[in-house]
Design a protein around this ligand. Sequence first.
Ligand code: BTN
Length: 269
Amino acid sequence: MNVLNESIIKARLSKLLKTRKMGKSIYVFNELDSTQDYANSLPKNESFHGTIVIARKQNIGKGRMGRNWISPEGGLWMSIILIPDFSVDNIIFTQFIGALAVADAIFENTKICCKLMWPNDVLINEKKVCGILIDVHVENETKKIVMGIGLNANIASSLINDYLTSHDLKATTLKEEYGNEVDLLFLVKSILERIEYYYDNFISCGNTSEIIDRWKEKSDMLGKKATVHDGNQMIVGHIFDIDQTGALLMKLSDTSIKKITYYDNVTLH
Ligand code: BTN
């Protein structure tokens, strides 16, 4: 993607995509503050289901929990607009769909098997290679979800060292783990096709079990000790399952069970 200009990237991607809705409307930029901010602020008449915004580099990339996201050239920085017709209570599933789609796409392109960490991290060798950020807009009857995907693809890991020092989880890049560069457009194509697959299945059958089962298969969390940061309180327990609403279930030392939702801040030990 690096040597091509914006309109060529757009044309090549449109040609590659075999999706019905994902990526039918594409915005590509050499440089943007944040694809997430751009997609969040697109007006309703430009926010179609499946619209994507890609930047080769971001100046003010945003992560979860108000963190910044280091986004140099070579990474895959993309935001996808979804117009859901399900309740916002099910938003957590879009997070799972994003992480599963990225893990499938990495496997398709490199044969590397990723692990997933709740709710939004994709890991290789216990290090974070990708994070997903979900923003939700609800206005009267209209809902809009913006799914941001930050995949450290063709980047030297020295470039994301700041990230390494400021978080509990270590970061890595696909280039580092695979030993080669990957074609970013093929990665985008695989991610969008897998998102469409999971999303359409989820919508058409309203069935969350396929997503939960796939997620559990790939998860690295079940059985692990974790801490939830709840205001000033720290709650420690063992993660043992995910329920049908997508909440993580943690058993505490007094055998009571705490449900952890998307908005909670969890650290694994
Ligand atoms: C996380 O904290 O794990 C989520 C990181 C999400 C980063 C992506 S990069 C594309 C999109 N634009 C942003 O500013 N953030 C998201």
